[in-house]
Ligand binder design. Structure first.
Ligand code: PLP
Length: 388
């Protein structure tokens, strides 16, 4: 099948972009290329541009083409993990004395990377509530950060930030805008189209989608930035291996149908929790009274599979609820086909305890999978009943 992939819709590009059949055998699924080195027809005379696998590998290229197409970017670079992608990006753009301004509820590992790895190399960090655009404008003007880092919906409180408005403010102040699009995925939200300069992914989550492969990526339309990150990918070497790249590509092919089902199941669960006596608050952007609902409806095409709830009975009720679920497994991570429950204050967000990113111990986060929604609803109901 040959086609101009950019003319096709999302689900078609998810399946076909970068996935041309193998010209030598006709294999519809391109082979996984494990070779670390490539024969040369004379010194420096390469057959397909490939030389050594850290610098380039056809299976990784197939994933990168697929990712770029889905995010509406010209360049994508894939890495061994989301944090490896973030590390390469930040090393490419930051110099000692530069500052990163980030939302006060970004992924804890991102905060830890900037604070504890980049801090000793002279990088300053400021966190801010990015829902307040006036405060953001002032911080951008006075602090002159090199990078503005956003994550929307955020983790675990599902705060929605205005990518378009913040990108305008950041660009006026000379900052690069990075959006971690892991929670939304390109199916629900396309930050480059909304004005961001770079998209970052932990492909470990929804893109891989089956909780069986770690990976990360950056996507951009900026030639120079892409060159710099590509150089770091090659020279520092945190590349995705061929099997990881291939599994991620396979997962991405079903992203559209999975995200539709994740969103529908999460919406049903969020609505079932509202008003329950044991539940103090539900955090899901698909609920009309969520403070970011209207903005989410504008900048996303669905509300995703992540939701959090605050238990009326505080920490002990939150722990009991998390431990009483049966279809939901008690585990870190998110975005797989199976439902997971996480107790952020002691699991995913333990690394930010005592910082401004600390999460209340009454909060439980659900990564709603794509099982039968009735089974998920019944499981949540029995776990809440166990609290009475
Ligand atoms: C998991 C995650 C990361 C880090 O990705 P890894 O693949 O675990 O290194 C970054 N951002 C968000 C939002 C995540 O959920």
């Amino acid at each position: 099948m040959t086609h101009d992939e950019n003319l096709h819709g999302f689900a078609t590009r998810a399946i076909h972009a970068g996935q041309e059949f193998d010209p030598t055998t006709g294999a519809v699924i391109p082979p996984v290329h494990f070779s670390t080195t490539y024969a040369q027809d004379g010194i420096g005379n390469l057959r397909g541009g490939y030389e050594y696998a850290r610098g380039g590998n056809p299976t990784r290229d197939a994933l990168q083409t697929q990712l770029a197409s889905l995010e509406g970017g010209r360049f994508a670079l894939s890495f061994a993990s989301g944090l490896a992608a973030e590390d390469a990006l930040l090393r490419a753009v930051l110099r000692p004395g530069d500052r990163v301004l980030m939302g006060n509820d970004v992924y804890g590992g991102t905060h830890r990377l900037v604070r504890r790895i980049f801090g000793p190399w002279g990088i300053e960090l400021t966190t801010l509530e990015l829902g307040d655009l006036e405060a953001a404008r002032e911080a951008l003007e006075t602090l002159q950060p090199r990078v503005l880092w956003l994550e929307t919906p955020s983790n675990p409180l599902m705060k929605i930030t205005d990518i378009t408005a913040l990108a305008e403010l950041a660009h006026a102040a000379g900052a690069i805008v990075v959006v971690d699009n892991t929670f939304a995925t390109p199916y629900l939200q396309q930050p480059l189209v909304l004005g961001a300069d770079v998209v970052v992914h932990s492909t470990t989550k929804y893109l891989g989608g089956h909780s069986d492969v770690l990976g990360g990526a950056i996507v951009t339309n900026d030639d120079e930035l892409a060159d710099q990150v590509r150089f770091h990918q090659f020279a520092a070497g945190a590349v995705s291996g061929p099997m990881d790249a291939w599994l991620t590509t396979r997962g991405i092919k079903t992203l559209a149908v999975r995200m539709r089902q994740h969103s529908a199941n999460a919406q049903a669960i969020a609505e079932s929790l509202v008003g329950h006596a044991a539940v103090a608050r539900v955090y899901y952007p698909g609920l009309v009274d969520h403070p970011g609902h209207d903005l989410a409806a504008r900048q996303m095409r669905g509300f995703g599979g992540m939701l959090s709830l605050e238990l009326a009975g505080g920490a002990s009720a939150a722990r009991r609820f998390a431990e009483s679920l049966r279809v939901f497994s008690l585990a870190e991570s998110l975005g797989g086909v199976e439902s997971l429950v996480n107790y952020p204050s002691e699991m995913t967000h333990a690394s930010v305890r005592g910082t401004e990113l600390e999460v209340s111990d009454a909060i439980v986060r659900l990564s709603v999978g794509i099982e039968e929604v009735d089974d998920l609803l019944a499981d949540v109901r029995q776990a809440l009943t166990a609290l009475a």
